[in-house]
Structure formats: structure tokens, C-alpha cells
Ligand binder design. Structure first.
Ligand code: NAD
Length: 484
């Protein structure tokens, strides 16, 4: 199929209708809702709106499947997960295109890598084991620590990385013996519905279900007595509702939430050489990263030069429809976010902060395009510095003193990630160690790995994903004390 602008994609992407995946079956719904293509603002497809009864059925089937799934060995579950990865691989191009169409991200530089990483991580995570530990062994008894699966996991996911963030939950939950019901964001349900559908062909019924619908499905999951744990990725505000609601049943929680990550470029940094990394760290995925650089602190000795070079680099990028191979910056994902990001632009304008790139939305342009905007040295207390913009606006803020910039970076209710950049690695690490965050990168950004814990400090998160620590959170530590 070729769009009016000449971008081509596989016709099979639209071969819908889309179905819920429940208990091994593809299930249609009475109601549907519109899913929009953010590059055009037009309706892309209709997604099934699951009813409370359908979600109930999905949870019941996950509970039933848990009995047999949890009884399998790790090796047996690995075989299933590898088969799932193979099946996803066969649909890799379709999933990537669909991801661009529903999310807006550039196909080659963002969507395909997201799908590829997700598939690769399923295979890698499937190799990991949590063995029984002997924690005490003496003349009278032996004590074993087992890590048993929890039961049904409810996964609630956002719209910025809908494939990766969901499959980041699926793989560790399933390999450790749990079953799962996923509720995707109503803004980006299509890829999740598709990989849910693909799962039904390879996984036993009930092991992985997908129920799309409105936000109201979330509270049904978080309060449900048969869901043992919620693995949530989304905003801090919604996260607080989730925590309150989960209290009634003492659910386990892993919460990955918002951030306002600072990048600190130290006085000795080779600042021109790192501009591409800083630019993509901030503007990649149109700034819709939880761990995106949202405050860029540079030393005042080279600020003017830095800003100029940053803007030059930004001008080399093309914003547009992610299907266009030349496009490196897509739209923001939805109208709600578009309106929210515009409030930052309005505030910047109203306060007369110095905009050196972008700043004005082209009202005649269809889709949800916010131009990459660079704000030169807004005040520390400004909205763009204090709040999470989650869009392609970069405040470049000057500092004079390293102690002062560390204090400013830490003066936030958030504490997700951060980065420190400098020629003297030892000195940069010393600064990194002072940041109150769940993660901090030194002279690199956004590198990840299945054994690398990923999580937030303060109001950015509870618990962690990835790593042995993250996988343990899908299990119950069960101590077995045996008299000799
Ligand atoms: P959101 O909080 O609006 O929605 C997230 C999910 O929660 C969606 O599936 C939504 O339908 C569901 N939901 C809404 N109300 C609910 C309720 N009352 N109970 C249960 N579930 C409910 O977040 P978003 O706008 O989709 O995503 C953007 C936010 O996510 C940003 O703040 C970003 O920083 C954060 N995020 C964090 C990480 C991380 O790993 N820390 C990763 C990606 C995004």
C-alpha cells in the first residue's frame, strides 16, 4: 500500500480487525474505539474495547493456566519463549510498521530497533534462572530459599514504547512461572493486540492475554483479588492511583514512572563531540522517553558555543511521517500529549524565555507535530526545567559550580535517570555517584541490558525491572527450613 505522500508499507498491517486475546482465543467485542495515526491525525484503525466481563474472563483464564505453567521447568518455559520469539520474528516487519503507524516513531531508527530489541530480550531473558539458594546448613538443619512464581501478573503499559515496555514485562514474568494479562494504553493498543494474537499460536491458553479498552480497565486490574502483582509503566500521577488501589489486596508492585532527568556536561567535557548523543538522548522518540534528557546543564564557560552547535545539529534532522526513510523525528503520539507539550511552549513564550530553535507549532500541518525547540538558559524555577515535558523541547541551562548543579539536579521529586559527561571519567563518576537517581550514565546514555537493573528513585518508581533484582520481583521468596 502506498500513502498519498508515497510512503509504502505492507498492506497486511491493516488486515484487521483486531481482537482481544483471551484464553487462547481471539475475541471480538461489542464496542470499539478509534486509534489515530499521529503523523496524520486520521483514524488508523478500530481497536476492540474489552468489557469488564471480558477482562474478568482473561484474569480467570490466567489463574487457571498458572497451575500448569508454573509447574513446568524453566527449561520447558524457555522452549515456549523461544518459540514466541521466533513467531514474533516472523512478524517483525509488520509489527515495526504498525508501531510507526500507531506511535509515530521513525521506522528505521526507532520502530525496527524497538521490535528487534524486544525479540532479542525475550530470547536472552529466557536463558536466566533463579536457583534455590542454601542460606544455612548446619548440624541440625538446612534452610533453602526458593523463589516461587506469584500467580497472575497484570501489566499496564504506556504509549511511548508500546512493544518494548510490554515485552520487558512478559519475558521475566513468564520465565519465572507467572501468567499475564496485559492492558495496553488506549492510544497504542494495536501492536500489543497483534503480539498478543501471535502469542496464542505458540503459548498455552491463558498464559498471555491482551485486553484493550479504556482507562477504566486499569482500576479493575489493580483492585482484582486474583491478580498477584501489577507491573506498571506510566505517569507518576496514575502510578499513585495504582498504588492506592493495589493496597486493598496487598499486591506486589513494580512501578516505572515519570522522570525529569538531568544531563550534566562538566567543564572539561569535549562538548562538541557529544552533541549527537545529547541531542538524541533528549529528542529521540520526540522526547517521549521516561529516561530522556529533560534538563541539559552545561558549564557557562562554553554555553553559547554549545547552544550554537546543538542547534546546528538539530537543523540537520528532518521531522515528519516516520514511514519516510529520511525522517528522524516523528510527531508526538497523541492529541492529549500534543496539547500538554503546547502548554510548555505557551509558558516559554509568555515568560519571554530565549527560544533559539522551534517554538511555534505549524497550525496548518496535520498530525501532532511539535517542532524541536531549544530554550537557551531558562530560569531554574521555570516550568520547562521543573516539570516533565515529555516532548521535543530541550532547555539548555547554564551552571558555574559543580556542587550547585548537583544540588539543582537533585532538587526534584523525580529520580529516574541522569547522565554525567566529562573527559576525566573518574571525576564524572564521582559526580554521578552524588545524583539521587535509580540509574545514571557516565559518558554514554540509554545503554541497557537484560542483567542491568532499570528503575527509579523517589517518585519515579518502586522496585526495578531487568537484572536479577528485577526478575526476583516476579517471585515470592519462600524459606524452607528442614530439620536434619
Ligand atoms: P499514563 O499514566 O497516562 O498511562 C499508563 C497506563 O495506565 C495506560 O495503560 C493507562 O490506560 C493506564 N491507566 C490510566 N488510568 C489508570 C488507573 N486509574 N489505574 C490503572 N491504570 C490506569 O501514562 P502515559 O501517558 O501512557 O505514559 C507517559 C508517562 O509514562 C510519562 O510520565 C513517562 O515518564 C512514563 N514512563 C515511565 C517509564 C519508566 O520506565 N519509568 C517508561 C515509559 C514511560
Amino acid at each position: 500500500m502506498t500513502t498519498s505522500k508515497g510512503y509504502t508499507y505492507s498492506a497486511s498491517v491493516f488486515a484487521g480487525p483486531y481482537y482481544l486475546s483471551i484464553a487462547g482465543d481471539l475475541v471480538s467485542t461489542a464496542e470499539h474505539f478509534d486509534v489515530f495515526n499521529p503523523a496524520t491525525g486520521q483514524v488508523l484503525a478500530q481497536a476492540p474495547s474489552g468489557s469488564p466481563e471480558q477482562l474478568e474472563t482473561a484474569i480467570a483464564s490466567a489463574k487457571s493456566a498458572f497451575k500448569t505453567w508454573s509447574a513446568l521447568s524453566y527449561d520447558q518455559r524457555q522452549v515456549y519463549l523461544n518459540a514466541y520469539a521466533d513467531a514474533l520474528q516472523a512478524h517483525r516487519d509488520e509489527l515495526s510498521q504498525l508501531l510507526t503507524l500507531e506511535q509515530g516513531k521513525p521506522l528505521k531508527t526507532m520502530a525496527e530497533p524497538e521490535v528487534d530489541q524486544a525479540i532479542s530480550w525475550i530470547r536472552q531473558i529466557a536463558t536466566r534462572r533463579i536457583p534455590v539458594e542454601i542460606v544455612e546448613d548446619n548440624d541440625s538443619h538446612v534452610v533453602e530459599l526458593h523463589h516461587t512464581p506469584l500467580g497472575v501478573i497484570g501489566a499496564i503499559t504506556p504509549w511511548n514504547f508500546p512493544v518494548l515496555l510490554a515485552l520487558w514485562k512478559v519475558a521475566p514474568a513468564l520465565i519465572t512461572g507467572n501468567t499475564m494479562v496485559i492492558k495496553p494504553s488506549p492510544f497504542t493498543p494495536l501492536t500489543t493486540l497483534r503480539f498478543g494474537q501471535i502469542a496464542q499460536a505458540v503459548l498455552p491458553p491463558g498464559v498471555l492475554s491482551v485486553v484493550s479498552g479504556g482507562n477504566e480497565l486499569g482500576p479493575q486490574m489493580t483492585a482484582h483479588a486474583d491478580i498477584a502483582k501489577i507491573s506498571f509503566t506510566g505517569s507518576t500521577e496514575t502510578g499513585k492511583h495504582v498504588i492506592r488501589s493495589a493496597a486493598g489486596t496487598m499486591k506486589r508492585l513494580t512501578m516505572e514512572m515519570g522522570g525529569n532527568d538531568a544531563a550534566i556536561v562538566l567543564p572539561d567535557a569535549d562538548f562538541k563531540a557529544i552533541i549527537p548523543q545529547l541531542y538524541w538522548g533528549a529528542v529521540g522518540n520526540s522526547g517521549q522517553w521516561c529516561v530522556g534528557i529533560k534538563r541539559l546543564y552545561v558549564h557557562s564557560s562554553y554555553r553559547a558555543e554549545f547552544v550554537e552547535a546543538f542547534v546546528d545539529y538539530a537543523k540537520q534532522q528532518k521531522m515528519g511521517n516516520g514511514l519516510d526513510p529520511e525522517v528522524t523525528v516523528g510527531p508526538v503520539q497523541n492529541k492529549m500529549q500534543f496539547d500538554k507539550v503546547r502548554t510548555f511552549l505557551d509558558d516559554i513564550k509568555a515568560n519571554g524565555y530565549k527560544v533559539v530553535l522551534g517554538g511555534e507549532v505549524d497550525e496548518s500541518r496535520p498530525g501532532y507535530f511539535i517542532p524541536v525547540t531549544v530554550v537557551d538558559n531558562p530560569p531554574e524555577q521555570s516550568m520547562i526545567v521543573q516539570q516533565e515535558q515529555f516532548g521535543p523541547i530541550v532547555p539548555i541551562i547554564a551552571y558555574d559550580d559543580v556542587d550547585d548543579v548537583v544540588a539543582r539536579a537533585n532538587d526534584s521529586p523525580f529520580g529516574l535517570g541522569g547522565s554525567v559527561w566529562g573527559r576525566d571519567t573518574k571525576a564524572a563518576v564521582a559526580v554521578a555517584n552524588r545524583l539521587e537517581t535509580g540509574m545514571v550514565w557516565v559518558n554514554e546514555i540509554h545503554t541497557q541490558g537484560i542483567d542491568v537493573p532499570f528503575g527509579g528513585h523517589k517518585q519515579s518508581g518502586l522496585g526495578t525491572e531487568h537484572g536479577h533484582e528485577g526478575r526476583l520481583l516476579f517471585t515470592n521468596p519462600k524459606t524452607v527450613l528442614i530439620k536434619k
